[in-house]
Design a binder for this molecule. Structure first.
Ligand SMILES: [Mg+2]
Length: 303
């Protein structure tokens, strides 16, 4: 979520006046979506993936409890927190709501301040969860996939290419003499170099299935599903040249810096007996060859 973007709340109530009030209370802080029936609520959830749902219980047709059951029964909606708004009194109904997976409840007639406070609390939890998810999968310095999410995703693409008998290629890349760069310009500048590289790589591999990842230190990888060795080599050579000509100013703007990279490229049409790890190791071997034969070059072979 970028800065200035608001989180989305879906408010579900069959009474128009309730929707209007809730919209008024919440629209300063959130993007408010509305639905006037259970059926409409489920459609809105599919179309707009809200971050939080305020759900009326008593509605004609599909009631709030039925909506909850549907939401909690599907993998892609079960984690959306639901606050139940109930005009029903008595503990039994509250218990039923919690049992079905609502995170909280508000009783009617509701007080505006209570609605705001409850929503804020649960939205804070949503924000924390998102941060945790992000930290688990994204390299915080460069904002691209980290090793863990790379391992997960390569597995999916590998199996897809195996099934469809398609080539898959991998670029293992390492910034040349990164330690010298760090020693010369300092670690903060080294971080800027890593960020610039990540941006350049992302611009070079833009198809949805392409995976650009920081695999460790100054080591990056690009997975190119449905890409032949020849095409992967062309991409690798273009990246090598782009990096070579990239000028990165120091933070004081006084000096222009530059770097080069070495790239190992492996390509394969994976068969049932092939193993991802061997494929990645091949690319690593070619990278090693590129380093040993003078750096700032692309080395390859089939995996
Ligand atoms: Mg109602």
């Amino acid at each position: 979520m970028g800065l200035g973007e608001k989180r989305k709340i879906l408010v579900v109530d069959d009474e128009k006046s309730n929707l209007a009030v809730l919209n008024q209370i919440l629209s300063m802080e959130y993007t408010v979506l509305t639905a006037r029936s259970g059926e409409e609520a489920l459609k809105r959830v599919e179309a707009d993936s809200p971050d939080l749902i305020l759900l009326d219980i008593i509605m004609p047709g599909m009631d709030g409890f039925q909506v909850l059951v549907k939401l909690k029964g599907a993998d892609h909606t079960k984690n959306i927190p639901v606050i139940v708004i109930t005009g029903l009194s008595g503990e039994n109904n509250e218990e039923r709501g919690f049992f079905l997976g609502a995170v909280d409840y508000i009783t009617k007639p509701f007080k505006n301040a209570i609605v705001k406070a409850r929503v804020r609390t649960h939205m804070m939890i949503v924000n924390q969860m998102r941060t945790i998810e992000r930290l688990g999968l994204v390299d915080p310095l460069t904002d691209i996939s980290n090793r863990r999410s790379f391992d997960d995703r390569i597995d999916v693409e590998w199996r897809r290419c195996t099934r469809e008998n398609k080539p898959i290629s991998f670029l293992m890349m390492d910034i040349d003499k990164f330690k010298t760069y760090n020693d010369t310009y300092g670690h903060p500048q080294g971080d800027i170099l890593l960020q610039s590289m990540a941006k350049l790589f992302c611009a070079s591999a833009r198809r949805p299935a392409d995976i650009v990842a920081r695999l460790g230190g100054e080591e990056f990888g690009i997975l190119l599903p449905e890409t032949t060795l020849d095409n992967a080599l062309a991409i690798a050579e273009k990246i090598r040249q782009d990096v070579e000509s990239l000028q990165i100013p120091t933070s004081d703007g006084q000096t222009m810096t530059s770097a080069t990279i070495s790239i190992g490229v492996a390509s394969i049409i994976p068969g049932e007996t092939d193993i991802i790890r061997n494929f990645i190791e091949k690319a690593d071997e070619y990278l090693y060859a590129a380093k040993n034969s003078g750096r700032n070059r692309v080395c390859s072979g089939s995996a």
